[in-house]
Ligand binder design. Structure first.
Ligand code: NDP
Length: 237
């Protein structure tokens, strides 16, 4: 049975990824940050173990992933999905907001990947998927921090793919467009309706639609796909 770690697995896109992969027979382990009650209910309902750690904190994350490996065994796959926004015009942005978004969305790639990759190389198998965003590619007003972080992730994916292609390890990014989760429900309803109008498909994505593509990239069928970004945005970009 393939074992997969899904960061941010308790809600939104990550929860859909966990549920989809579990149905496909994966041994799914999820992580989350601070929503303990919600995570505990999700974990019980779906029989998916969830561990709490801040992916932006290097020591905390590496230690917790080592503990998870001790409890469950080594991982074949990683889906790094945890992410945040902290929007605002750049000329009004504080360094704190800039740094927090980069730390959580981009710098975290180091500490979630590093404890897994050496073992994947030794076992000659690995599937790594990183969730980026349409706004990494097209830019978005108010999201210089988020777009920079998510675009950085695409560069990381390309280079890591090259370093590990000869070890049967694939590394890819998935770039969702606007998806129906808590992240977009924070947006003003009127603004969201306007956004939906600009999407050729005239609707937001459902988290399950993103999860299916992640499942494909983790599968044997995708073994020759590496270093790429899969765009799932209803024709938006
Ligand atoms: P949600 O806001 O619904 O969920 C975010 C998830 O990330 C939660 O599980 C949260 O845990 C976890 N998380 C946040 N910060 C941290 C942290 N510091 N350490 C560990 N876990 C953390 O987000 P979505 O499901 O909408 O988004 C999932 C991914 O998809 C993100 O990377 C996002 O940038 C990306 N994306 C989303 C789009 C959308 O329209 N929704 C569009 C394009 C990309 P907790 O519940 O404990 O807070």
């Amino acid at each position: 049975m393939r074992r997969v770690l899904v960061t941010g697995g308790n809600r939104g896109i990550g929860a859909a990824i966990c549920i989809t992969l579990k149905k496909l027979g994966y041994d799914v382990i999820g992580s989350y940050n601070a929503q303990h009650d919600q995570a505990s209910a999700f974990s019980k309902e779906h029989d998916i173990p969830l561990y709490s750690f801040d992916v932006g904190n290097p020591n905390d994350t590496e230690n917790k992933i080592q503990e998870i490996i001790k409890n469950h065994g080594p991982f074949d796959s990683l889906v790094h999905n945890a992410g945040i926004t902290s929007d605002g015009f750049f000329h009004k942005m504080t360094f704190d907001r800039w740094e927090k978004v980069l730390r959580t969305n981009l710098l975290s790639c180091f500490q979630v990947t590093h404890p897994l990759i050496q073992d994947m190389r030794e076992r000659n198998f690995g599937r790594l998927v990183y969730i980026t965003s349409v706004n990494a590619l097209k830019g978005q007003i108010g999201q210089t921090n988020y777009s920079a972080a998510k675009a950085g992730l695409i560069g990381f994916v390309k280079s890591l793919a090259l370093e590990n292609a000869n070890k049967n390890i694939t590394v890819n990014a998935v770039a969702p467009g606007y998806t129906n989760t808590d992240m977009v429900s924070l947006m003003d309803k009127e603004a969201l309706a306007k956004v939906a109008e600009t999407i050729p498909a005239k609707r937001l994505a459902q988290p399950e639609e993103i999860a299916e593509s992640v499942a494909f990239l983790l599968s044997e069928k995708a073994s020759y796909i590496t270093g790429t970004t899969l765009h799932i945005n209803g024709g938006m970009f």
